[in-house]
Each structure stands twice: as C-alpha cells, then as structure tokens.
Ligand binder design. Structure first.
Ligand code: EPZ
Length: 427
C-alpha cells in the first residue's frame, strides 16, 4: 500500500487548479442510465471513485469512453451511453467498494422499471442507512423488498408515478435517488426538505439539460414533472468545493497563500466565512479565490450542518488547522456519528483535542511534530496531510488509498506550491 511522505514546516505559496467535484461526478455519472443517448461529462476528476463508478455502470450495460484532457481544460471528458440496460443488478463486490453506488437505484428503476442493488452497509464514519432513499421511492409507487443483503425495487406498472415525499432529515444521496427516479415518472413529484447542496443543483441542471422538468432548483422544495424520455447532452462537472476548502486550510496551517484556480466562491461561503473568522484573508476573483494567512490563526466555534451550513466534509480539515490556532476551538459534528477518527492520529502529532460524543474541543498548541499516522477515511486522511505540512519534521501518512478516492494528483498540486511531499510505494 502506498504512503505519502511529507517534510513539514514549509510556507505554501502559489496556485492550485481545482478539479471537478467528486460528489457531483458521482451523481452525474448514473444519469447516463436515464437515456439511450450519449451523455458527455467534461471536467471529470481523475479519482478512484470515478473509475469505480464507471466500472459499475459498465456492468449495467453503459459504455464509457474516456477522452484525454483537452488543451485549456483541467478535467477529463467521458462519454457514457446506455443504449439498453444489460443488467439491473448492482452486485455486492462493486457496491462494497463505494457506497455511493446506491444512487444507481433510482435511475435504473426509472429506466428499466426494476433495480436490485446490494445494500451498501456502513463505513468508517457511520452506519449510513438508506431508509430515506427507499421511502422516497415508495412515495413514487416503487415496491421495495430487502433480502439477502440486497434491496430490490420494482415499479409495479413498469413505470413510477409521481408522488410527494417530505424528508424527515436532509439526505444528499436520497435526494439524488428521488430526483433521478422522478424525472421519468408519470405526473408530478414534490420533494420537501430536499438537500440543497451545490452538487444537487448540478444534478438538477444536468437533468434539465437532458430534457427534465424541475422547479425550485437550489431550494428545499423540488417540483419534478415527469417526461416521456430524456436525451443525452454534454455537461461540465462543477468544481470541487471541498477540495478547494481543503487546500485553503493548507494555506492557513502553513501561514502561506494559495490561489484556488477554478473554485466557485458562491458554493463555499460557509467555508470562506469560517476561514475569514480564523483570521485568513479570502479574496474572490474572476478565476476563483486566493486564501492567505494574515497573522496568527484565531480559534473558531463550528457546528456542521446541511448546506448552506458548514459542510461535514470540511470538519476534519478545519480541525487540523485549528490545532495550531491561538486558543480553544469548539467543533460539533451533527451529520455523522463517528467522524472524529482523525483525532487520535492528530494527537500523536502533538495536538490537544478533547472529544465528548459529537463535540470536540481543540486546544491550540504552538506547533505539531511529524509522525507516522494512519488514514482511516477520505477526509481524515486530508487532515493528517494538512497537519504534516505544518509539523516539524517528517510525517508518513499510511493507507493513502483513502486519499486517492477524493483528491486528484494531491502530491503534484501541493509540490507546486512548495510542499516537500512524495508518494512512496510499499512495493
Ligand atoms: C453525501 O453522502 C456525500 N457523499 C458525503 O461525502 C457527505 O458527507 C454527505 O453527503 C453529507 O453532506 C457523496 O455525495 C458521494 P446523507 P450521503 O444521505 O448521501 C443519514 C465525502 O467525504 N441518512 O446526506 O451518504 C446519514 O446516516 C463523503 O466526500 C439516514 O439516516 O449523506 C447521515 O447521518 C463522506 N438515512 C445523514 O443522514 C438515509 O436513508 C446525512 O447523510 C440516508 C442518510
């Protein structure tokens, strides 16, 4: 297994190109199932999860053709086409690699009238149930059966019918499944308390570009009028707001200045507000934003929340940065029940953090020291990299396959702004 080796203590300065958003790509890719026409996605990030998802789609009968990076573009182009659905089963050995695979349920049900998907199971950060996905589909007439570790969904008359569903709690994935099921249902579907993340807006914009009819885009009340069919199109994946926020924390923790090229400020105001409150200078410009340290870091009090609140996917990264702030910070993780696995590893680097249930108090220390640390999940891995960039001495982050799921060319991007960082193969 590869590891990432960092010699810390360098002030990072320069520009980092922001890639297409992983969490947008993973809901745009399954839209190919909704039409027999070709769907071309541009600005696709080179990530393990994108490759895993395209292999899953291949198994369902979707052809995928990757085109190289065109001049002036950052991401890859992929053309997907489901001329016909070859299989309606998403098998365990594919789904277990990436629980986001569950979002093939809605589009497959919409296109083929049935779908069988392995239950994704939990992961390091929590149990990750899918009950809201299933309730939303049942509101559109789907009949759901759970057996032998699989969920089987059937549209009794071969096609879903529009229905209303109010989410008892905000769920990104369940909103995505419901949207992709509703666009081809007969009649109107209304979703209440739907997720409003920018990645959901990206999905709605793609579905409309394919011929879907959706009102309330960006709000928590989505109205979808089903259509007879959808067409392929060409669509650009939005920039990754979590990647951008992660590198902004790299500027903060190293006392540096990083220009995030391609970042979209209006997607990440909760993040930039927090960074500014921590004493960083955030300058929006027409190609993204520049984040610069401007004196010592100030402590923060942050609770994660669904969009437009502070994103849970940024909690571990901001915690790493706050380990060297002047004073005590307070974090509350309200979305996932076990998203503090980076804490024991940060402590091994000299951080002083008290965790009580879903709350954490970070006592800022003068500095961190390098150590061998273990990555446990995607965002925890990034928090360890950030700590390593600031730490005195050498840090080895093990199990970096977690990082490769969500950060494209991490070493290359950080080296370009002055980090001493390299990937080491364990052979
Ligand atoms: C998406 O996961 C993201 N993943 C996650 O990013 C992100 O942390 C999360 O949304 C919240 O923003 C992708 O987009 C691929 P949820 P998702 O359904 O859809 C509970 C990363 O690091 N819930 O909004 O799985 C659930 O347990 C990843 O990039 C139910 O109870 O998240 C959680 O507590 C990690 N029943 C809360 O809702 C359900 O049916 C939010 O989950 C569904 C969810």
């Amino acid at each position: 297994m590869d590891s990432i080796h960092i010699v810390g203590g360098k002030r990072l300065e320069g520009a980092i190109p922001i890639s297409g958003a992983k969490n947008a790509a993973l809901t745009l890719l399954p839209c190919a199932l909704l039409t027999d026409g070709p769907l071309t996605l541009t600005n696709l990030p080179r990530l393990a999860d994108v490759d895993t998802f395209s292999h899953l789609l291949n198994g369902l009968g979707v052809s995928t053709k990757i085109e190289g990076v065109r001049k002036g573009e950052v991401g890859r182009r992929m053309t997907l086409q489901a001329a016909e659905i070859a299989s309606t089963v998403a098998p365990y050995d594919m789904v277990r690699k990436m629980r986001a695979s569950i979002v093939v349920l809605g589009p497959m049900l919409a296109r083929a009238g049935e779908a069988t998907v392995s239950l994704p199971g939990g992961c390091a950060i929590g149990d990750r149930p899918i009950d809201l996905h299933l309730r939303a589909l049942e509101a559109m007439g789907a009949e759901i059966e759970l057996a032998a570790g699989y969920v089987k969904a059937v549209a009794p008359k071969g096609r879903l019918s529009g229905g209303d569903y109010s989410f008892p709690m905000v769920s990104v994935g369940a909103t995505e499944n419901a949207l992709m099921a509703a666009v081809l249902a007969t009649g109107r579907t209304q979703l209440f308390n739907a997720a409003r993340e920018p990645e959901i807006v990206d999905l709605c914009n793609l579905l409309v570009a394919m011929g879907g009819r959706i009102e309330g885009i960006g709000s928590s009340h989505l109205i979808i009028d089903g259509v007879e069919g959808l067409n392929g199109c060409t669509y650009e994946v939005m920039p990754d707001r979590i990647e951008a926020g992660s590198y902004a924390c790299a500027a903060g923790i190293t006392g540096g200045s990083i220009d995030l090229i391609g970042a979209r400020p209006h997607d990440m105001l909760a993040i930039t507000n927090a960074l500014a409150a921590a004493g960083l200078m955030v300058e929006f410009h027409d190609r993204g934003m520049k984040v610069s340290a401007d004196g010592p870091l100030k402590p923060l009090a942050i609770s994660t929340a669904p969009y437009p609140g502070f994103p849970t996917d940024m909690q571990a990264q901001v915690m790493a940065m706050l380990c060297v702030a002047q004073g005590e910070s307070f974090l509350e993780e309200t979305i996932f029940e076990n998203r503090y696995m980076h804490v024991p590893e940060l402590r091994r680097m000299g951080a002083t953090i008290d965790v009580r249930g879903r709350s954490a108090i970070v006592h800022g220390v003068g500095g961190l020291t390098g150590a061998n640390v273990m990555a446990t999940d995607l965002r925890a891995s990034m928090s360890l990299v950030l700590a390593g960039l600031a730490a005195e001495g050498e840090t080895e982050v093990l199990r970096v396959y977690h990082l490769d799921r969500g950060y494209e060319r991490l070493e290359e991007k950080l080296s370009a702004v002055g980090a001493t960082i390299e990937r080491r193969s364990a052979g």
